[in-house]
Structures are given as C-alpha cells and as structure tokens.
Write a protein of this length. Structure first.
Length: 97
C-alpha cells in the first residue's frame, strides 16, 4: 500500500521534472538569443526563500528543499550553457570528478 503510493509519487516527480525542464529549455533559448547569462542569482535567491518557506510549512527540511532546488538549477544552467554554445553537449563540467 505504501509502496504503491511511493511508486506513484516517484512517477509524478519524473513527469513534473520533465515538464519543468521543458520550460527551462525554452528560457535557455530566449536567454541565448538575447545574449543573457545562464544563471540569474537574484531569481534563484527568491526561489530559495520561497521554497524554504513552503518546505517549513509542509514539515519538510528547508535545507533539503534548498539542496534539491540547487541540484536542479545546476543542471538547468548546464543546459543553458550548452544551448548558448558555451560548453559542448555532454562535456564534463570543469572541476567535476
Ligand atoms: C530558468 C532560468 O535560468 C536559471 C535556472 C533557474 C531555474 O531552474 O529555476 C532559475 C534561475 C536561473 O539561474 C531562469 O532564469 O528563469
């Protein structure tokens, strides 16, 4: 019973992430065309503050919520750099082992 729900939730997470990445890809294309940088630190700061508060209200560890968002955003920025031709597709990021 619990495992069925966990599997359903995991599937929902995958679909939500896929949808999120579809939108961030579009943002990446707009940024590349406009010559804007991949990262937007002020937007990220607002997102972190918002998600930390949502997490606290939902009784989820806000530090975990922040780390989870940072993990996703790091991947989005890698995609944006790829779209802008700043890094080769699938090139290992510098400093990563
Ligand atoms: C998607 C964007 O680009 C980057 C990725 C973000 C994200 O994944 O939410 C947020 C800010 C940016 O650093 C954006 O600027 O909206």
């Amino acid at each position: 019973m619990h495992r069925q729900s966990i599997d359903n939730i995991d599937a929902a997470l995958i679909h939500m992430l896929a949808e999120r990445f579809r939108h961030t890809q579009s943002v990446g294309e707009l940024k590349a065309k406009a010559g804007l940088p991949a990262a937007d630190p002020s937007r990220e700061a607002r997102q972190i503050a918002r998600l930390r508060e949502l997490a606290a209200n939902a009784r989820l560890d806000p530090d975990f919520a922040e780390k989870f968002l940072a993990f996703i955003i790091r991947e989005v920025i890698r995609h944006h750099d790829t779209i802008a031709g700043r890094v080769a597709p699938d090139a290992p990021a510098e400093g990563r082992s």
